[in-house]
Design a protein around this ligand. Sequence first.
Ligand SMILES: Nc1ncnc2c1ncn2[C@@H]1O[C@H](COP(=O)(O)OP(=O)(O)OP(=O)(O)O)[C@@H](O)[C@H]1O
Ligand SMILES: [Mg+2]
Length: 364
Amino acid sequence: MIVRNLRLRNFRNYESAVIELGEGMNIITGENAQGKTNLLESLVYLSLTRSHRISDEKKLIREEMPFADISCTLNDGGEKEIEAIIHHKGKTLMISRNPVKKSSDFIGQLNVVLFAPDDLYLFNDQPRERRRIMNQEITKISTPYLLSLNQYQNLLRERNIILKQETADERYLDILDEQMADAESLIVKKRTEFADTVNEAMSGLYREISEDDIRVTMKYRCCIENKDDLRASLLRMHRESRQRDIERRMTLNGIHREDLVFEKDGVSLIQTASQGQKRMTMLAFKMALLRYIQKETGKKPVLLLDDVLSELDSNRQKKLLNMVREPYQCLITATDVPEEIRKGNYREFRIEHGTVINITGGRE
Ligand SMILES: Nc1ncnc2c1ncn2[C@@H]1O[C@H](COP(=O)(O)OP(=O)(O)OP(=O)(O)O)[C@@H](O)[C@H]1O
Ligand SMILES: [Mg+2]
């Protein structure tokens, strides 16, 4: 999957910009606060139909303008155009100029994997954040997953309302439990596949980038132990916790309580890893996500690295770049073109106050 051409209008601090991206390495340079991350954010928006930085989408619209428009030409075998117009009251999504009603039909057209320094919080954050990342990644490859997730959330809300009543209607709970188990079966199946693929790749990738001889792993903490007959086990779980749920007036077990556990040599990563080891683990995790999406969709995602190289020593920079340079289209932000990049082929775009300047010095 290659983004050929990215066009921005009134997006963040860009009034109007057209960026002809190269197939391999694209380096976005500029001083602080010029619009480098904004540019990556526009691609994240086209991938997920939301920003990775803010939930109030009005902030994406250039100040005092009525709407923002992001579009790109995408090549994934054939060529297509995807476009998102963000208004003050919502958004319009289009594929090859045809409006798309549901986000779920738009997500997955462009797949990106972003690495940003803030990502490290994932290791400390509440399980909710790790579930959010897991949902976000699986949604990129599976629309049924997204639909089951929405369905589950509606059922869970309903179940919690019943549990809060003076006397819970157990016949209604029976029906809800059945429906929840249906949605959860697909969710647990997809989460298991996700965790298996990512975990399998992560240790090797970690060693490849870091040369550090430790074993990093990611485990899926599932709400059931026996996965032979998913639906039956999930239903049993809800039935067995019913009385406690009634007492506590909320649903205590289910896929809304699951987590991903990151470990270093079998012990909690947060408690034992150095800052550098956490950074390398996050990189290995993101590289494993690339492979997961590629395996599931048959298409290579686009890699976005925001401010990552400056935090790595030159040896690790070299290793990371060697891993991504050939196979993936990459957009990398930095204040200047790092030495390691200068040695190979790349295209440079310099950003000054939301204006893109093509630098002819870049090689391809
Ligand atoms: N809606 C908006 N309208 C106009 N300008 C905006 C809007 N949203 C953000 N900006 C401007 O965008 C700039 C920040 O851009 P961005 O975060 O991309 O910087 P950056 O180049 O990545 O900087 P750094 O190197 O510090 O990470 C700020 O100057 C901010 O005022
Ligand atoms: Mg930035």
